[in-house]
Design a protein. Sequence first.
Length: 500
Amino acid sequence: MSTHEVDVLVVGAGPTGLTAAGDLARAGRSVAVLERWPTMNPSSRAFATMARTLELLDARGLADDLLAHAHRAPGVTIFAGARIDLSHLDIRYPFITVTPQTRVEHALAGYARTHGADVRRGVEVTGLAQDRDGATVTARPRGGGDETIWRAAYVIGADGAHSTVRDLVGADFPGRTLMSSLVLADVKLSGKPSGDGLRLYSTRDIFAFFVSYGRHDADGSWYRTMVWDRHRQLPDDVPPDRAEIADVITRATGADPGLVEVGWNSRFHCDERQVTRYRYGRVFLAGDAAHVHSPMGGQGMNTGIQDAANLAWKLDAVLAGAGDAVLDTYHDERHPIGARVLRQSGLMARGITLHPRGARAMRNLLARRLLRIPRVRDGVAGSFAGTALRYPHRRGESPLVGTRGTQIPLRGARLTELQRTPGFVLIRERDAAPVDAPGLRHAERTDAGPAVLVRPDGYAAWAGPSSDRAGWTAALHIWGAEPGVTNPPIFVTRNGPGTR
């Protein structure tokens, strides 16, 4: 039996776990990732990368390459032609990036490994115990073999909806099944569904959802589709067939779009569930291990990546000497976001599957009228893109605290470019004199706003005049960071954390 020691052990090598591992490794922490599956899942499952997630990927140097191989969808057409249009948003990425989840995973796996994360596949976790100084995890090769012991200061459970880590810490996962017998498939069509971007077709008993991959062959174009038939409810293990997919598409759209080929496909059910706590001592749950919801809205992968971006820098801060209370803010900030995603995706799913004719007519009327109002249109689009989400601020703080810093125009560089090196960034006012703070990166905004101290995850930690050194220094202190102080990496041992 071999024993390994790391600062942080991540369980699960999906987008959530790889983001956390890459961020921690980039910050100089020793990180290992254990993944039960021996190879990366080749299926395309998630396909929509939203604007806020693209900002996070850009801060890791990954966005441009993903965009070069992706299709950009300007919005989503939902009920009776009502449209969620992202093109009106004043953001860098006013569109939905359509690319298979596998491409995002490959990019994040490369990011994690480049910075030194130890990613091990085909390894399943079998036990977990915590004590005052850390956590001990038992693992073994999937299919049999010698057990290994992993000792870590902290553990991140990012091992999906059927999380072993969640079970081992005894976390409840309350909720219910929302829909059954959904079919997801990659299809080649000789015809083209009307409209651009993402489009939904629905009747009282069926729906078909389409998004173009932007791939065109001589005999047709490739789409991701999700179809559902109220009267064809089958178990998850019954494979979809071509006739079923073609039938639902034809009935939903009212025309035969010419199904040429069916690629990857899967039948599944969707649940609405969320753990009551994201933190269990030295163990943290993230991504699908913490929350699952309807695929309507395409938020699953995005929410998980954003969980990881919020958690990783806080773990790094505490390993460097910040107070333990910093880690409690992970639950405080991310649990409400997860709950909001559950509500919004569930509302969309229930709206799509409404059965009474009167209710469907009212839904169609309200959706069309409300989404013509610019304030409503942009609010819905911003929530969909993830750019309207914010974290709470304390009494007495500027209302800018908790908002994204990426929307601030800077002289000479984007904030996400500056954030490719971990740490806080102090954005001073236009034409303001630089401040003397060794170790703190600086930028100058080009508009008339105040100075803003931006956290490593891109959200404002403080706002005010840059001359208020006591103010922004106090904010740094709250998060365990001090200008001019460099903390050595912490490595955990059986005797507790120590420097090396």
